[in-house]
Design a protein around this ligand. Structure first.
Ligand code: ADP
Ligand code: MG
Length: 686
């Protein structure tokens, strides 16, 4: 983020004030206009003491009968005021001497606050008090209440905003026809309505953001998001990448060697990617497919297309276990084709690392697989043309881009990017947060999988569950046993895993029980996983390290302890570890009573749904979009006002409007970008 430039005419702002405003995201005078109220207070009307309702904020005009500083039960300022209909007590637990003075006997005041019935009758605690000297008119508009920050008073902010309305020109950016079609009011009218609604306006609709004025502003925000994403997309399309017109020799050979045929969804994704890769500008594609839909082979084929053209490709995965699985799988696929794969991980021995680096530097290895270690110095890919990132949401945007920067020199072509994710993104979310990506979807699982049966079991029936594990393993199957997530303490989580492993080893003495957790050294982890893959270990006790990507088709039983503590996406991912072979699989969710309302809701969703998209939609509903996209990481600005759930119907029109404005109304685009992002000097970098 570059330093914000104060706009002309607003230079004389005191430094302290400027920095407080900056905390609210206000850097220019025009930013004040988009700093919208949280709610409103009605100071446009007066109540008499006798008629004023309790429990809601009211304004009263009265004369001070008395005021004194009481010392018991604690120091406080207590005043009595009266009008012709009754008397009222004002109580201040903290106060300034000036307030005491303001409430001198006989003074006329206007007080604003909520009346409560106290022990000594009706009273207002900490009302706002205004002294009257005669002839003070009531305000004509409702009083807005803004988000503020320490050292910045509501009243000061209100004045600044009122002044901004006088000085800033608010330009209409939406074409008349569009506004009429969507029934959106003009921007200036909307902003005025939001900042200073007239009495009689639908205040409830303003406060719950359903008012047309709010719709207008939220639409503009969604529109600006669409425009920014599209511009980022266009900028990227203008850059150079190595075109990769593969010969089909290696990809053909790999396909011929597979024991299965691609699903039609896989074929479609492979085609979409292959077509992107022959273009001379960088692909930026998201391959989305539910757990087990077969994304790895799609990535492998793309990597081979790069290799066929004499370029390099890299695959990065978020965990060591997953990266290692990919490495073994790709090596098994590629070795018969004479393609070397370099392996890079944080924990590998110096010598191995040096060897891998040398292979990459010389170009002897055309492909590399690894963890974050891939993006560290001094890893160099002289001819990197394709970067694949698995479980992309696990990485920050900077890490994803770092892989791209591994090419040689700044002016060599940019690598193509393929990002993969098993976390399905609901449509509105995809349209807004991922609008700058092309998306391929694997909406079909490979054939021959039997659906996973999900069971909810109270943990009092643990012994029964252990019996099921035994039965499955005796039949030659394998099981995962996932230990509870203990968010507040990693060491406690570890301890639980170790204890569970001990207990299960005793209870299932005839079986071999393995243990993996995050604290194991990489080679220890790898050897346990390898033993599990070979069925030398039948039951794998694990912390959530196995959450992503682990693929052992013979495992048909998944037990998750304290399932109520896990998030929906996590449960779906974990459950997806089974049901990968032909055997009937089950997932047993052990829960302990009492269940929280939210825990119960989540278990119900996972029990009732197997479709990742349906689960993601529920997840969006339960958690909101910010967490789902890891937006703080993704680099995409979060929406301030629009709500993808409540305003879902605006997303599609915003997308269409963005297209139209970019094509035909560049001036309007400028106005919008100025208004919404100009002040932050922040532009989208995808
Ligand atoms: P994910 O999309 O979760 O990464 P994987 O790529 O790990 O899925 O694939 C899951 C399993 O399905 C692997 O064992 C893989 O070899 C197998 N697989 C992939 N595609 C097919 C297919 N078309 N037919 C049968 N099995 C497949
Ligand atoms: Mg995978």
């Amino acid at each position: 983020m570059s330093a914000p430039v104060p706009s002309s005419g607003w230079k004389n702002l005191p430094k302290a004030l400027a920095s407080r405003l900056a905390k609210l995201g206000i850097f220019r005078e025009e930013d004040l206009l988009l700093h919208l109220p949280l709610r409103y207070e009605d100071e446009t009307r007066l109540w008499t003491i006798g008629a004023a309702p309790a429990g809601t904020a009211v304004q009263i005009e009265a004369v001070v009968l008395s005021s004194e500083v009481a010392l018991r039960p604690r120091r406080q300022l207590v005043a009595r005021i009266a009008d012709e209909t009754g008397e009222l007590t004002l109580r201040f637990l903290n106060f300034y001497p000036s307030q005491h003075k303001q409430l001198a006997q006989g003074a006329r005041v206007r007080v604003f606050g909520e009346i409560r019935m106290g022990f000594f009758g009706a009273e207002m605690v900490h009302p706002r008090v205004k002294s009257l000297h005669g002839g003070e008119a009531l305000p004509e508009a409702m009083t807005p209440v803004y988000p503020v920050t320490a050292g910045l008073a509501q009243s000061a902010l209100r004045k600044l905003i009122a002044k901004a309305f006088e000085r800033v020109r608010i330009e209409e950016a939406l074409p008349e026809a569009l506004r009429r079609a969507l029934r959106l009011p003009g921007v200036e009218r909307s902003l005025r309505a939001l900042h200073m609604p007239q009495p009689g306006m639908a205040i409830a609709a303003l406060e719950d953001h359903s008012h047309p004025a709010w719709r207008r502003i939220k639409f503009e925000e969604l529109l600006v998001q669409q425009i920014s994403l599209r511009e980022a997309y266009a900028q990227r399309r203008a850059r150079q990448a190595a075109p990769l017109p593969g010969s089909g020799e290696l990809t053909g050979a790999l396909l011929a060697s597979l024991p299965f045929a691609l699903t039609s969804a896989q074929r479609r994704a492979v085609d979409e990617i292959a077509r992107d890769l022959v273009l001379p500008h960088p692909m930026q594609r998201l391959l989305q497919g539910d757990v087990g839909s077969g994304k790895t082979i799609v990535a492998a084929l793309a990597m081979l297309q790069a290799a066929e053209c004499g370029w390099q490709a890299a695959l990065m995965a978020p965990t060591e276990i997953l990266a290692e699985q990919h490495f073994h799988k790709l090596e098994a696929w590629f070795a018969p084709l004479g393609i070397r794969v370099a392996w890079l991980s944080g924990s590998q021995k110096k010598k191995q690392r040096a060897q891998a680096l040398a292979m990459l530097a010389s170009g002897e290895a055309r492909l590399a697989v690894g963890t974050h270690a891939l993006i560290e110095d001094p890893v160099a890919f002289p001819r990197l043309a394709l970067a694949v990132v698995d479980e992309q949401h696990r990485f920050g945007v900077r890490q994803r881009l770092a892989l791209r920067e591994k090419r040689e020199g700044d002016d060599s072509p940019l690598p193509h990017m393929l990002m993969m994710s098993a976390t399905p993104i609901p449509r509105t979310l995809a349209m807004s947060f991922y609008a700058d990506l092309d998306v391929s979807v694997l909406d079909e699982l490979p054939p021959g999988r039997t659906p996973i049966v999900t069971k909810l079991v109270a943990d009092a029936r643990r012994a029964e569950v252990i019996g099921r594990v035994r039965d499955a393993c005796v039949e030659g199957r394998q099981a995962y046993w996932v230990c509870p997530l203990i968010e507040e303490s990693e060491s406690l989580q570890l301890q639980t895993a170790v204890e569970t492993h001990e207990r299960l080893s005793e209870e299932l003495a005839e079986l071999k029980v393995g243990l993996v957790h995050g604290r194991l050294k990489a080679d220890e982890k790898a050897s346990v996983m390898a033993a599990f893959v070979r069925n030398e270990v039948q039951v794998l006790v694990a912390t959530t390290v196995i959450e992503v990507g682990v693929d052992v088709p013979n495992a048909s039983l998944m037990i998750i302890e304290h399932a109520e503590r896990f998030g929906l996406a996590q449960l779906h991912q974990l459950r997806g570890r089974v049901g990968r072979g032909a055997a009937a699989s089950s997932c047993i969710l052990l829960y302990s009573q009492p269940l929280s309302q939210n825990g119960r809701a989540r278990l119900r969703v996972i029990y009732e749904n197997t479709d990742g998209f349906a689960i993601a939609r529920e997840d969006l509903r339960l958690r909101g979009p910010g967490e789902m996209v890891g937006a703080r990481q993704s680099g995409v600005p979060l929406l301030r006002y629009a709500d993808l759930e409540a305003d879902a119907d605006l997303v599609e029109p915003a997308r269409e409007a963005a297209e139209e404005l970019l094509a035909r109304h560049r001036d309007a685009v400028e106005v919008l970008l100025q208004r919404w992002v100009g002040g932050r000097g922040e532009y989208l970098k995808a």
